[in-house]
Design a protein around this ligand. Sequence first.
Ligand SMILES: Nc1ncnc2c1ncn2[C@@H]1O[C@H](COP(=O)(O)OP(=O)(O)OP(=O)(O)O)[C@@H](O)[C@H]1O
Length: 298
Amino acid sequence: MKRVLFIVNPRSGKGSIKYHILDILDTFSKKGIDVTVHITQERLDACRTAMEEGGNYDEIVLSGGDGTLDEVVSGLMKGGHDTPVGYIPAGSTNDFASSLKLPVRMGDAAKIAVSGASRRFDVGAFNDQYFIYIAAFGLFTDVAYQTSQEAKNVLGHMAYLLEGAKRLFNIRSYHMKVRTKEREFEGDFAYGMITNSESVGGFKKITGNDVCLDDGLFEVILIYQPANVIEFQEIITSLMTGQLDSKFIETFKADELELEGTEEVPWTLDGEDGGTHKTVKITNQKQAIPIMIKKERK
Ligand SMILES: Nc1ncnc2c1ncn2[C@@H]1O[C@H](COP(=O)(O)OP(=O)(O)OP(=O)(O)O)[C@@H](O)[C@H]1O
């Protein structure tokens, strides 16, 4: 009998898992699965549970948003477990779920979680932490975790945008040295993102058209500090149209990079608080985690 640990974040998104949980458990029962349910009680509970329990199950299924997925993947990586992950997206943005092409309906996602195909995806190592699809600093990055859960639930995307707009008048930059295997450069950056995702903050294709989630490479976008509103507008237009060939933007792929700041820089990992760091070393752990996705048609 397949043993599954089902980790549920009751607070993700609008908390709508409560309307679906019986059907999901019924789906698992009909597949003959021996399921243990763990309802997360607080931040980092999912991480701790995956780290401590990950090795005792054939699979971990989670219901939550990007933050909960980050916690489960981080926990499995820290615990050294190679347990497959089933993902029932229930957050407000679900960026990575959209990259994985998982269905929006929870019942459909539950079926894929236990009967789909397991495929290995890259994971980012960030000093001694992990991320599944984005590590970012600067403009907007503190928006995700400073926007209250209540506001996110009521307003969804609008909450992020409103919170972000409030900050436009407050742009600041971080001086950093950037080192990759190929090059070294430095500058004053207003924003930086190291990603493995087709969608960021609900925006599709913002990371380019040739994103591959298991190629061992990150897509890196670094934006120099704009001197005025016109330059800022130019940068936004570049990002929105995907024309990243701009003197204000550095964009490249890398399997590892180091960013050395002159001061402590606040980071976010998968939309959650990633702490402040002066120097970060980011390396791609190629195909480190198995995740269940839709079976491809022959
Ligand atoms: N019982 C709980 N009470 C409060 N917070 C919790 C609880 N369980 C988990 N959390 C925290 O809730 C936060 C939000 O989770 P998550 O990112 O999964 O949902 P979301 O923010 O709605 O989705 P998304 O990131 O996709 O927009 C995470 O930081 C997680 O640690």
